[in-house]
Design a binder for this molecule. Sequence first.
Ligand code: 8YV
Length: 356
Amino acid sequence: MAPGRSAQGEDAAGGRCGRTECAGVPMKQSVLVTRAVFPDVVERLREHFEVEDNPSDRIWPKAELIERLHGKVGAFTTGSVPIDAEVLAANPQLRAVCNMAVGYNNFDVAACTARGVLCTNTPDVLTETTADFGFALMMAAARRISESEHFLRRGEWTQWFYDMFVGSDIHGATLGILGMGRIGQAIARRGAHGFGMRVIYHNRSRLDAAIEAECKASYVGKEQLLRDADHLVIVLPYSSESHHAIGAAELALMKPSATLTNIARGGIVDDAALAKALAERRIAAAGLDVFEGEPTVHPDLLTVPNVVLTPHIASASVATRRAMANLAADNLIAALGFGPNAGKPPSPLNPEVLRP
Ligand code: 8YV
């Protein structure tokens, strides 16, 4: 057994106090920072915990993650770090897993809850930055920015011609949003208020009338969304229900002039079907920041010209990534009983495990 493992497990099980004792000497609890992150954020964690971090940012295979978690009561994770039943069973001392991401499909939340492990994410702090990026990707797809840049870089621009890289307008067009959470609403506001777009959305549940009015967004069925949107933006969380929510059948409903933008999660769109639809010009263009099986990208997406591809960077502004990292650290510190929010982490996903 790793040194300190059972003592920390007993301590956490005994009430989340911050410290354990070894021969009367107070010991800090140990936490694992699974990916490289801003050094000052790691230092904040060191004020309260023994920290094992990963400055080289090597992606640990699952067996190594399990091994490194031994003796740790908390983990600072990102969206690529799986916390599932196997990881939890091998680490019964774990008390909190804190994602530096709003998405948390890397967590088995039900399994965490069953074991009393708190899960947290980083909502709100990335909403506007991610919406900015979604809008940028949609505009880049509609106005063929990547495609035309590649043409220029290849030295093929020898003269202007009247229909060179003609695309479709954003202003005045119909913006369709699939998934109307915080980020979907922020995109709707940009479209409605900034670009005079007609905004329609589909969501598991309809929004309050006040939010619809503020976003100038109308609720429609999924089929109507697909048929009517000039620009479809996908902002759904990933789950087994949203897996391949957009496949060949859904793409077939879209206008040939339409664009599709995915800033949510890989796997929501069937990438093979999308590549085929793009190649056959059954839709005009796409903007993708997320991919099934990323960082591997479906080879057919790499060869179709009418797609803008970015490496999962929608939240990547300096300020936002810092805010995400600090919020994940705030959650970990508070979940393990320290700091101004001791016992009350700011963004719990399963707050029921916090009840005494
Ligand atoms: C993260 C994201 O960069 O927050 C999310 O859900 O997809 C991105 O902002 C990524 O998941 C790394 O954790």
